[in-house]
Design a protein around this ligand. Sequence first.
Ligand code: TMP
Length: 204
Amino acid sequence: MGFFITFEGIEGCGKTTQAKKLYEYLNMLGFKTHLTKEPGGTLIGSEIRRILLSQWEEKFPPIAELLLYEADRSIHINNVIKPLLQQDYIVVSDRFYDSTTAYQHYGRGIDYNFVDFLNKTVTEGLKPDITFLLDISVEEAFKRLDRKKDRIENESLDFHRKVREGFLIIAEKEKDRFIILDATKSPDDIFQEVLKALKERKVI
Ligand code: TMP
């Protein structure tokens, strides 16, 4: 079995930069590595991502949003994550089910047990081996978002504050899996902490 690494955090926290840096570094070391993301880590998932992040005039109920994220994940796990882990790849994913707990439960307010049930059903017991949470205040993170905002980014600051708090609660509950990183630090400093954690766990 390979090794499964996920990056989590609110928009603008810099997790995509870190995931990419790690992917390139692992490749350079000669590891079989795959960089992926949710939503949109597959061809079908790219379509689902477009639906999820576009602005629509029609109502987009939170439950529909939740089910689409889970549909994307199911397709992602079955086509990409599981097959590659079975071939001993290190899989690096920009977001996974902790985002669903943070955004759809803590942000949208959907019942925790229902979200957790769907996460567990869809992942069939698959858990990240390590999760890096890039923590930053909503105010700081949103200063970095200079492009046009998508449907979720357009939510209120209050929504994003709940998501941030949610991530911190999730990380507190699973201290062994989570590494919380101060996302106000420079990308290079953060990356050194990522490498340190992976070395301590003898992944690299
Ligand atoms: P990204 O822009 O970081 O790729 O993430 C896409 C957006 O989807 C981001 O606003 C977070 C949101 N999201 C959820 O609300 N629930 C989820 O389960 C996932 C994976 C992402």
